[in-house]
Each structure stands twice: as C-alpha cells, then as structure tokens.
Design a protein around this ligand. Structure first.
Ligand SMILES: [Zn+2]
Ligand SMILES: [Zn+2]
Length: 869
C-alpha cells in the first residue's frame, strides 16, 4: 500500500541513507548547503539543557525558528512560545570529491534527528527534507514502518486512541433525553428524570432555571438556546445557589451544574448497579467514532491506501465486491513480485466464503451479529481452506437462513469437502440436502416419546415408507405421497394496505413496501438481499414505537401509511423464552398458574390451607429449600465450566415432601411438570381452561415437549413456537400484525404443516402475518409475496416484484425460478385435506386471574438470578 500524510493527504516517501546522500550530491554544483538535524518541532519550552548538551557534543550553531545562531553559555528561548530547533551539523559547497564527507555528515544528522534531516539551500533560501521513515516532505509528518499490528484494531499500535479500536462510542442522544419538546419540565419533558420531585438533581435543575430565567412550566421548545444548553450540558465552573431539603432542614449550597447529560454520564461511569447503568444506557446510542469515522484505526493506519481504498474501506466491502477489487488490482512489476502470493491467498479465501453463500457479508461484521447459520458456514469455509482429509464433520441444519440458490452452493461445497476424502454428517430437514446425500438415516416415527427409532436407512432414492412397523413421514414427503398443499385461491385481504416508503437502511434502495392487510405475506430474497433490514430493523421498530412505545430505533425511512388499520404488532422471534432453568413452557404460557390453582382446590389442600404459592418452585413455602426449587445444584469447578447436578434432597422434583403429598388424579405437581404436552392434554382433558392452553402448544407441533422443560434447553425454533402458542391463547382483535423470521428453522415437513395451519388460522380471523422465509413450502402457500434482490449485499436491496406466488413464479428471478419448480412439483401431487385449526376453541376467556401473581414470580426470579450473581 502507499502511505499518505494524514494531515495534507500528500503521498509519503521513504529513503535509504544512500538515496539521501545521492539527493544532496545531485544538488546544483557550487551551491551552498547547510545540513541540519531537527531536534524540536513546534513545541514549547526554554530548552536550556538541550543547548548545553548540544554544545558539549562539539556543535557550535543551532537554527532557532529559522535563524542560525551561535550556541552561548546559559542560552535559552521563550518558554511560552513554540519553537523549531535544529542543530547545524555541517556547511558545504556542492562539488565533486566531497561524497565521503557528505556521507559522514548525513549519518550524524540522521542520528541526531531521529532519522530525518534538513538541507537548507542558502542561495535559494529553501529547506529540503530527507527521511529514513515514511515521511511527507510537505508537512513534515512521518510514520513508523508499518507492521501487521499497524492495521489491527486489537493492537495499541493500530487502534484508534479515541474509541480504543471499537469504531463506535456511546453518546447521549438529545432526542431520547427530551423525546417531546412541546412538553414542560413539570410534564416530565426530561425523560430520564421524570416528574419533578424532592431529589438532589431537581434541586439543581431548579437553581439553574432560576439563575437562567426559565421555569418548569415552559415548553422545552420555547427555551432560549443558552438556557437549553446549560440545562443539558451544564455551565462549566459557574456556581449556582442550590436550595435543598436535607433532613427536614433547608440547606443552601454553592454548586456547579454538569447538565442533564453530565448527570447521565456520571451515573453511567460511576454506578455499580446494573439497573442504574441500564437506565443511563437507555438514553445513549452507539455513534460512529468521530476520530476514525468508524474505521477503528489510528489516522496513520488509515492513511495507507491501495489505489483509493484504505483497509477500513476494504473490510466494509461485501465479499463479492472485495473479490472484484482484488481481481482488478493493477500492480507495477515490483509491487506484483511482493504482492502476488498474498493476493492469491486472499482471493482463495474470499472464494471459499463465496461458495458457502455468504458473499453479502462484509469482513467487518462483528462475529456476535452473525446468525448461527452464518457462523457455521464461515467455519465450513475455513475447513475447505485447510484441505484436511480423513475428518468427520458434523453439521446441524446448515441450510438455516439460506435461499434455495445459496443452499445449492452450500451443497456443492459439502460435496467438495467429501471429495477430499472426508465424511460429512448433516442433521437436516431440507429436501434438497436430503436428496443430495449419499446415505440417509431417518429417525421417527414421531417426536419426543413417539420417536427414537430408525425408520429408514439407505440412499435417498431407496428410502422405505416404513421399517419394523414404523412409518416414515420423511419418505412420504420425499415421494410426494404427503405434501403441503397449495391453496386453490389466494386471499386478497381486507383491502387496506400498510405502506412503508423510502426505507434506505443498510443496502435498501428506498422502494415502497406494501403489505395487503388480512393476508399471509411472505418476504423472500437470497441471503443478504435486505429482508431482515426491511422487516426486523425498519418496519418492526416503527410499529413497536408507535403501538408499544418501545425504544428501538428504526433504520432510515421516509413515511409509513395505514397504521390506523392495525392495533398492535407482535414479533415472534427465536430468542429464548427465559434465561434460567426456572422458566419453562408452563410458566411462560401462564399454564402453570392455572395448574397451581387446580391443586389448591383439591380437598387435601383445602384442609391444609395450601395456597397457590405453596405450589410454586420460585417462592419459599412448598419448594425444596436445598436447591431453592431449581431441582438442580450448581457445582463450581476450578478452571472448568460450572456443572449442574440433580438436587439430592428432592431428587430433582423441586418440591418438599409435604407438597408432594397433594395429588390430582394420582399425580403430584412435580409429576405434572414431567408430562409432555400430549400427555397433559389427555390428563387434563376435562379441565377446559388447561386443555385450551395445552391445545395451543399442541397445535404448533410441540406435543412432545415437557411442561417443565427448562427454557434453556429449548431450541430457537421451539422457543418461537411456544411464543406463538401464547399468542394463540390470547383473545384476538383480528387486527394484529404478526412478524415471524424464518419460523421453519428446525422443523420437519410435518411440523411445517402444523405451523402453517396455525398461521392460516390467524389470517382467517382478519390478522396479518408477515413471514421472512426461504422455505418454498411456506412461500408457495402465501397470499402475497414481496421478493427482494436481485442479489445479496450492495447488489440487493430492491423490491423486485410483489404479487401472488403464481405471479412471482413467472418472474425471471432467483425466487421465481425455485418457486416455479416447487409449484409444478406440488400441483402434480395429490391434494391433501387441509387441516383446520379452530382458534376459538383455544383462545382464553380473557380472564387470566393469575396474571398478577405470575408477574410477581417473574420478579422474584430476577432477584434470585441477581443473588446468584
Ligand atoms: Zn475511533
Ligand atoms: Zn431440591
């Protein structure tokens, strides 16, 4: 790369000692030259010791701020001014035969001047600068020789000193601090402080208001600029007279005021309470660091460029463009000799990444923001790069998040890995992947209790419809004997539309995004085409802010129309339903509250006076106190991750012996938690309230999970379906907008069928469902498709087409191509009878009497967590 001065932008040069000597010898014959070694450049000081030292070394003259003077005893300069000081090393007249003298003086000057020297041309009155370092003769900036560390934001040699290499800095956002400028302070205009009350910060604000001449009844927008400035940012050293009630006495203090922003910062930096820190963070945003512009490196490091691009520009390119950049690199012969092997390595690695379908990613994407599927595919790419043989690779659902086109590439990469003499074991639901396999092992026949048998084992085309009396659902779907049928007609919806205009976050190109309400709308497009940016990062935050006052900030957009036609938005994502082993599907869906109520109504409970709390494992009373109701105990292992073991007091049952004496139909509360949804459905068949909720869990294909299964052991797809079940149990308004991102993750064909019938049932009630999905089984049943593309990264972000699946299938696009294939395959197969889900049979009567009690438990759960560290 070429280095440029970060001050003037001029290209930098670097010279060997010989080149410097040649440079001086090449000056015009007979010209007078003074060689100077720079010692001080633009710094303040009197420099008495420096002059003394230079004198002792035998030099007689120095140049101070351009004037050459003799060194005298006790010489000094004005300590309050900045100075340039050079020592005169030699005075020469250029002519033949003085090369060895020049050479000696250059060595001395470079030695004293830390590698740089000045040649002053007396007749011309000008200075020429020479340096061993990367050096800009124009402005005197010099850099150390670059090393790999220079370009690492993890190294102090490379990291931007302002943001420590993070590229972003937390800054307080004034719009979050005062969200509504028409409000007055009395009306809680200052969001972080709330309503004025008798606390120290308000005593200060009142003092400032008195001194600056405003009051608490003035809308913020009517404050003078300087009044608002002091209110938010303080007044430096100025003292205010603060009157404060201290122990019922009025005390007056003289006090500085750091502003509301200062108050937030002070709390953020000094508090030891997580709660307080979260409070402060709520008013901050991550902004690009102003020093490095988000490039994370020192200005010097960012001044090395290949062509027009520095390293920060390169890591911001998506891999497709990065590949083009290196392909198009023009190098001189000398550069090519040095760079060719490195460029070859780079291109090879980029190529591996392109082959696993992540060409839309940029190299600067933070690892923690990658989806599970993306990091899995990146690891796969590194493996192909190592060219190892004889390895067994195990992959869990690598197709997650992949468009059919990218999936095809991924399958190609896996075959490449296989052909290097490796074995690959893939756990997968995806049809293309199964059909591409050399060998398939099919487990089943059902899920959970009903599974666990090998129901088929062969090459995919020879899979039997069943083995040992167990039928194979997988084979039935692969042979199209069972399939997810295509609806005969597509809904047009209510006629109302939600329109998002001008969304331009990340790679989006600002096209209008229309969602016909009352439909199942599917957002499609190859990986990285902008689906998630559009739906999760723009649309959802807008709606969440509008309907639920959420603090999420949407990416850039112009306008949204049609909000009046919906009344709430619900994002059903794959995040866990709880972070501790104490949450489980029963507590999350509030099913457990009803079960506990049932137990209190049993005669024995009535006699003993057992209340609902008795049957909770989160509060004292009925639970096992050894494990505090967790059923497990944490063993801390030195140097190893913590290990959980079953509690030996309660044998993992979570309750004490007295509680377990209470039985409903012969089962204790602990036994009930051990039941699967399916078993519980049968067990509680005659308790309508319970069976309704259980039916929701069953309808989303979760019949096999246990009621008390720890939240932490549920997969993302399972957690998502538990959330969906909870939603189904709510009495609906028929005007809700549901958003689901890849709900088929981890689902077998049969589970997808269940899920789709639930989604269709929601739409049938008038709701709108938006699904981001690659799975053609879902895409083909949508009422409306919005297809993004044409490709990933910068090459994506446009809305290519919107319409029914039949219309999209006719388009010349990646989605169109695969959808057409799917539609023609399915229409050839027998039509299935459509499964109906009756939402009314599942919805609650709306009186969840235990809601409050359940909330209390959630609190105590948090406390327990805090106590546990
Ligand atoms: Zn920075
Ligand atoms: Zn216990």
């Amino acid at each position: 790369a070429t280095a440029y001065s970060h001050v003037s932008g001029a290209p930098m040069r670097k010279q060997s000692d010989d080149e410097i000597i040649d440079g001086i010898m090449d000056l015009e014959e007979g010209s007078k030259v003074i060689l100077l070694a720079p010692l001080v450049k633009g710094r303040k000081g009197h420099y008495r010791e420096l002059f003394e030292q230079v004198g002792k070394q035998g030099f007689q003259r120095v140049r101070i701020d351009g004037d050459i003077v003799e060194i005298e005893k006790d010489m000094k300069v004005d300590r309050y001014k900045t100075h340039d000081i050079e020592v005169v090393v030699d005075r020469l007249v250029i002519k033949d035969g003085i090369r060895s003298r020049v050479s000696q003086s250059v060595e001395t000057a470079l030695g004293m001047g830390s590698g740089t020297l000045v040649a002053h041309l007396v007749e011309a009155g000008e200075d020429k600068l020479y340096s061993r370092h990367l050096f800009s003769p124009e402005d005197g900036v010099s850099y150390d020789d670059p090393s790999p560390n220079t370009f690492s934001f993890n190294s102090p040699y490379g990291a931007c000193p302002d943001c420590n290499g993070l590229g972003t800095k937390k800054e307080i956002d004034p719009d979050l601090v005062i969200p509504d400028r028409t409000k007055t302070i009395d009306e809680s205009a200052i969001a972080p402080l709330g309503e004025p009350r008798d606390i120290w910060i308000f005593a200060q604000v009142r003092a400032v208001a008195d001194a600056m001449g405003f009051d608490f009844q003035t809308p913020i927008e009517q404050l003078e600029e300087d009044q608002l400035e002091v209110l938010l940012h303080g007044a430096g050293d100025r003292q205010f007279e603060v009157v404060y009630n201290y122990k019922n006495r009025q005390v007056t203090y003289q006090h500085r005021f750091g502003g509301v922003h200062g108050h937030i910062w002070h709390t953020y930096e000094n508090t030891s309470s997580n709660k307080q820190r979260r409070w402060a963070e709520a008013y901050m945003r991550n902004m690009d660091c102003s020093a490095c512009g988000g490039g994370r490196l020192k200005p010097e490091s960012l001044s090395f460029r290949i062509g027009e691009s520095n390293i920060a520009d390169l890591v911001k390119m998506d891999l497709i463009h990065l590949r083009e950049f290196f392909d198009g690199l023009e190098l001189t012969d000398r550069q090519a000799t040095i760079a060719r092997p490195i460029v070859k390595e780079i291109i090879e690695r980029v190529e591996f990444l392109l082959n696993v379908g992540v060409g839309y990613l940029t190299l600067d994407r933070a690892a923690r923001t990658l989806s599970g599927g993306e990091s899995q595919r990146i690891r796969l790419a590194t493996q192909i790069g190592t060219q190892l043989t004889g390895v067994l690779y195990v992959l869990d659902e690598p197709s997650i998040g992949l468009h059919a086109r990218d999936n095809e590439r991924l399958i190609g990469s896996l075959k490449q890995l296989r052909d290097l003499d490796n074995s690959i074991l893939v756990v997968e639901h995806d049809r293309d992947m199964i059909e591409a396999a050399d060998w398939v092992v099919d487990l089943g026949p059902g899920a959970g209790e009903h599974g666990g048998y090998v129901v088929g084992e062969s090459a995919p085309e020879d899979l039997p419809l069943g083995t040992n009396g167990h039928a194979s659902l997988t084979t039935a779907y692969l042979r199209d004997e069972r399939s997810i049928s295509v609806p005969t007609d597509r809904r047009e919806g209510s006629g109302e539309t939600l329109t998002l205009k001008g969304a331009r976050g990340h790679n989006l190109k600002g096209d209008d995004f229309h969602i016909p309400l009352g439909t199942l709308t599917c957002v499609t497009g190859v990986s990285g085409s902008g689906k998630s940016t559009l739906v999760n990062q723009t649309l959802y935050p807008i709606l969440a802010e509008y309907f639920h006052n959420a603090l999420e900030v949407p990416l850039q957009y112009d306008a949204i129309d049609g909000l009046e036609h919906i009344d709430k938005v619900i994002d059903i994502d794959q995040s866990p339903i709880g972070r501790t082993p104490r949450s489980n599907p029963a507590t999350y869906t509030k099913l457990f509250g009803h079960i506990r109520t049932l137990f209190t109504k049993l005669p024995e409970s009535q006699i003993r006076g057992y209340k609902k709390g008795r049957f909770s494992f989160n509060v004292k009373g009925g639970r096992c106190e050894t494990c505090k109701g967790a059923g497990i105990k944490k063993l801390e292992m030195n140097f190893l991750p913590d290990v959980y073991v079953q509690c030996d007091t309660c044998d993992g049952k979570r309750y004490n012996a007295e509680t377990l004496e209470i039985k409903y139909k012969g089962k204790t509360i602990a036994d009930v938690l051990e039941m699967s949804v399916e078993e519980a459905l049968e067990f509680f068949e005659h308790v309508p309230r319970l069976s309704r909720k259980l039916r929701t869990l069953h309808s989303v294909g979760l019949g096999y999970i246990r009621l008390g299964q720890q939240a932490t052991t549920l997969s993302g797809g399972e957690a998502q379906r538990v959330k969906l079940a909870k939603e189904l149990a709510r009495p609906g308004t028929g005007r809700t907008l549901y958003i689901l991102d890849e709900p088929t993750t981890g689902l077998h064909f049969e589970d997808i069928r269940h899920l789709l019938s639930v989604l269709q049932a929601l739409v049938k009630k008038g709701n709108t469902v938006i699904v981001i999905e690659h799975n053609m089984d879902v895409v083909k049943v949508a009422d409306h498709i919005v297809d993004l593309g044409p490709d990933g990264g910068e090459a994506g972000g446009s809305i290519l087409f919107a319409g029914t699946p039949e219309e999209v299938a006719e388009q010349d696009s990646h989605t169109g191509e695969y959808l057409a294939a799917e539609l023609s395959r399915v229409s050839a197969s027998a039509d299935e009878e459509e499964e109906e889900v009756d939402l009314d049979a599942m919805a609650d009567d709306g009186d969840d009497e235990d809601d409050d009690a359940e909330e209390e438990e959630t609190d105590s759960e948090e406390q327990l967590e805090e106590a546990a560290g």
